[in-house]
Ligand binder design. Structure first.
Ligand code: PLP
Length: 425
């Protein structure tokens, strides 16, 4: 009965949240589930941030709609330091997570949306809610990372305009959910050049930006400062999704956008919780211990997700090596295309037969007949992983056996599932 509800978006709520709720129900009913369906960073709250939140528990007044000025300044300085860009040229706004900021931004900028395929599950539904059309853009996924072929991109924009649409913005996310890949500087420069030529605003979703496995912060701000809007926040690199603190940087050269955003925010969420805003100043102060924490937890994500990818490759699955974030994006079409017609069917069978929760590629706009899955490598105790890392970090198999036993078990279960499916060929 519960499995019937795994047609991810049937419930009308976002597929990632739906699969997480389903896993909670299955676990509650006594079934053991290996959870690769939901990407929530598993690490504990950094002690400095926990202490800052405690210290500010008595902050109770509404703060300015755009955010506490000291926090907005800290954010601007932090990103100036990371990117080398003069962030004085940007307005900063904080919101209750980057998800509502992305929605409000799309609302603030009239016109249709250029959306790479595949991309994060919420962009499409947000466009639908706003009555904006989606113009799919093909995303190249190579060994070097993600890119958009310039001629193809121009042609896509031209075709959309010829069809009467009005594409005004590109939503680009890197490191990417779902592919686990990121963009090279060359790819970003090429995308920026087409956006500049075609007067397309680039909304750069850099929420996983600090989780680049090479510890490089790649930002479109360097390539298109006059018309790139960055969204980011604390959810991923500081494992603080539940704090709901997102930020956006909007070029002052784009008059009207910031004011419209403030107007929308003032009618929807008023302000972000005051204690969280005061505490978040510490997250953007550049403290060495917090920066070290981000570095180490990124190394752990790299270890877990590269291990997932290499084990799957060893099983004969087509899978690129992740470059950042929490995800791996295997393609089982070649291996299991004889047995499953759609990624959704494959995802259901994995849960039913082996207790592995995944998200079907179709939830990310991918062709349903391509057997792609998004695997989140987050089902482990982050505090324990951090404690074990200094001793075991050099040997990924040993580390994962000890620190992430559910991930190890999921990979063993994958091997059984693939073996059985191949026997039935
Ligand atoms: N963008 C991407 C690509 C994501 O994966 C997520 C979270 O899952 C978000 C944005 C939203 O994150 P938050 O609203 O927690 O800032």
């Amino acid at each position: 009965m519960l499995l019937q509800t795994l047609n991810h978006s049937d419930e009308g709520i976002s597929s990632t949240l739906a699969v997480n709720q389903l896993v909670g129900q299955l676990r509650g009913s006594g079934r053991s589930v290996l959870h690769m369906g939901f990407g929530e960073a598993p690490f504990p709250v950094h002690p400095r941030l926990a202490e800052a939140l405690r210290r500010n528990a008595t902050q109770k007044s509404y703060l300015p709609v755009a955010g506490l000025p000291a926090l907005c300044d800290a954010v601007a300085q932090y990103y100036a330091g990371l990117s080398g860009v003069d962030t004085d040229q940007f307005d900063v706004m904080v919101g209750p997570g980057s998800k509502p900021l992305l929605f409000a931004l799309q609302m603030s900028i009239p016109g249709d949306v250029l959306l790479p395929v595949p991309s994060w599950v919420s962009y499409g539904p947000q466009c639908d809610l706003l009555g904006q059309s989606i113009v799919p853009v093909s995303l190249e996924q190579g060994v070097a990372g993600l890119s958009i072929e310039a001629e193809e991109f121009r042609a896509t924009i031209a075709r959309a305009r010829a069809a009467g649409l009005s594409p005004t913005k590109l939503l680009l996310n890197y490191p990417s959910n779902p592919t686990g890949l990121t963009v090279t500087e060359e790819a970003l420069a090429s995308i920026a050049a087409v956006c500049r030529e075609e007067k397309i605003i680039l909304i750069a979703d850099e929420i996983y930006g600090r989780l680049d496995y090479e510890h490089k912060y790649r930002t479109a701000l360097t390539h298109l400062p006059e018309s790139t809007i960055v969204t980011t926040g604390l959810s991923k690199h500081l494992s603080l999704g539940g704090w709901r603190l997102g930020v956006t940087l909007i070029p002052k050269a784009m008059p009207g956008v910031f004011d419209t955003l403030c107007r929308i925010a003032s009618e929807l969420w008023s302000t972000v919780a005051s204690p969280v805003q005061y505490a978040a100043i510490e997250a953007y102060a550049g403290h060495d211990d917090i920066e070290q924490f981000i570095h180490t937890t990124t190394d752990i994500h790299a270890c877990v997700n590269r291990h997932i990818s290499s084990r799957l490759c060893a099983l004969g699955v087509d899978c690129t090596t992740p470059q950042g974030g929490f995800y791996t994006w295997p393609d089982l079409t070649r291996l299991l295309g004889h047995r499953y017609a759609t990624s959704d069917e494959l995802s259901r069978s994995l849960l039913q037969e082996q207790g592995i929760a995944t998200l079907a590629g179709s939830a990310f706009g991918e062709d349903p007949n391509h057997l792609k899955l998004r695997l989140a490598g987050c089902d482990y105790d982050g505090a324990e992983a951090l404690a074990l890392w200094p001793q075991w970090g050099g040997d990924s198999s040993a580390f994962i056996e000890r620190a992430a036993p559910n991930v190890a078990a999921a990979l063993d279960a994958f091997a059984v599932f693939i073996g059985e499916s191949l026997v039935q060929r």
